[in-house]
Design a protein around this ligand. Structure first.
Ligand SMILES: Nc1ncnc2c1ncn2[C@@H]1O[C@H](COP(=O)(O)OP(=O)(O)OP(=O)(O)O)[C@@H](O)[C@H]1O
Ligand SMILES: [Mg+2]
Length: 382
């Protein structure tokens, strides 16, 4: 143990190099014939995390989850759960439960029976079993529906039955494959918070697969962004959003404007990029010196651009163009600005002051300037 002067350890567990991961995925590859579905993935997940695997359709999320559950065998690499190598261990002997996207509830059984089903063969008395089921029904707030059958429930209620059933055997690790996939947007948001509350109460480790980036951002302690079987970046929602390391991750998470250009000079933690598309130079912080001429992109989120009708002072990072779209959403407005090159830039303007139609910061056809602080931009080199 490091000498910390007796102070309680602070900071997230994944930054503690000495912390023991609960799940350790080490160089795992899965091939189906000549096709590589999961490509040399290495990942550590810690106890109590709500970890999200995020990526587009077919990128290998479910395959990775199925290997954790034991339904697929890695072609290469190994998986340890709680320090134990999972090679050769069948699904039912792993401290893991998996909730499938289809929920797979038994249609002829009541909510109560569905939840208690997995406890049938557990070594517990009838009273203990009934207590456990009652506790789970309360946890997912289905008390009044205990005697209903799945077809008498809404999608969100069925989802909660599936969750309660998956939690019944008190697994140390719960794998959820698109748990909210069948719900509409509103119910989805509400259920996301329920899922977080439940996870907080039961304290077990969750790995959630989703292709919905907002969902991952809301739910997760950390996110791994997957693409074509590879993990492109792992980090907290803030890290992934504010500091994407590649163009792929930047584009995948939220929307972002990317100004392609070439490094003109690089010094003291700042890189100056000449951007042909806007015929300007932009200076942004970067931790590495990059050789002159390197192809890079300056990436700026729409909410980090300031829109004005007045030309900015020299030396300020800026582009100019014409307002071609304006969407008013009450609390904010979304502008699309067309540059001379034809490229479109998205700007999110928060309507912090109440303004009438004529007083908006800019309207259609206006010629405007978009400026941004160097610290609000990211330099993407790959
Ligand atoms: N049993 C299999 N045999 C052959 N190919 C498979 C098999 N299972 C998955 N694949 C392929 O592996 C790739 C990854 O599949 P996977 O189900 O892991 O994707 P996913 O990220 O979960 O996608 P989605 O978001 O659509 O569910 C896909 O191209 C899929 O066709
Ligand atoms: Mg899948």
């Amino acid at each position: 143990m490091p000498d910390d002067g007796g102070k309680p350890q602070s900071g997230p567990i994944w930054l503690d190099a000495a912390a023991k991961p609960f799940i350790s995925i080490e160089g795992v590859t899965k091939r189906f014939g000549s096709f590589t579905a999961v490509d040399n993935v290495t990942l550590k997940v810690f106890k109590g995390e709500l970890f999200a695997l995020l990526g587009g359709s077919g990128c290998g999320k479910s395959t990775l989850l199925r290997m954790l559950a034991g339904f697929e065998t890695p072609t290469e690499g190994k998986i340890l759960i709680d320090g134990q190598d999972m090679a050769g261990i069948p699904p039912y002997e792993r401290p893991v439960n998996m909730m499938f996207q289809s929920y797979a509830l038994f249609p002829h059984m009541t909510v109560e029976k569905n939840i208690g089903y997995g406890l049938k063969h557990e070594n517990m008395s009838d009273a203990e079993r009934a207590d456990r089921v009652k506790m789970l029904i309360d946890l997912v707030q289905l008390g009044q529906f205990a005697q209903r059958k799945p077809h008498q429930l809404s999608g969100g209620q069925r989802q909660r039955v599936a969750l309660a059933r998956a939690l019944a055997k008190q697994p140390k690790l719960l794998l959820l494959d698109e748990p909210l996939g069948a719900l509409d947007k509103k119910l989805r948001e509400q259920t996301q918070f329920e899922l977080m509350n439940i996870q907080d109460k039961v304290g077990i480790t969750f790995i959630v697969v989703t292709h919905d980036q907002e969902e991952a951002m809301t739910l997760a302690t950390r996110i791994a962004v997957m693409d074509k079987g590879v993990i492109r970046q792992t980090g907290t929602p803030t890290e992934i959003y504010e500091y994407p390391r590649t163009k792929f991750v930047a584009d995948f998470i939220g929307s972002i404007n990317q100004f392609e250009g070439e490094v003109k000079s690089s010094k003291k933690g700042f890189v100056t990029v000449s951007v042909p598309l806007t015929n300007t130079e932009m200076t942004v912080p970067h931790d590495r010196d990059l050789p002159e001429g390197s192809k890079v992109a300056v990436a700026v989120r729409p909410e980090k651009l300031t829109i004005t009708r007045k030309a900015p002072a020299k030396g300020v990072n800026a582009v100019t163009g014409t307002v071609v779209d304006l969407g008013y959403f009450g609390k904010d407005s979304l502008y699309r600005i067309k540059l001379a090159s034809g490229a479109l830039v998205r700007v999110n303007h928060v309507n912090s002051k109440r303004a009438g139609e004529g007083e908006r910061v800019a309207v259609w056809e206006d010629k405007v300037w978009l400026t941004f602080d160097p610290s609000s931009a990211i330099l993407l080199a790959e």
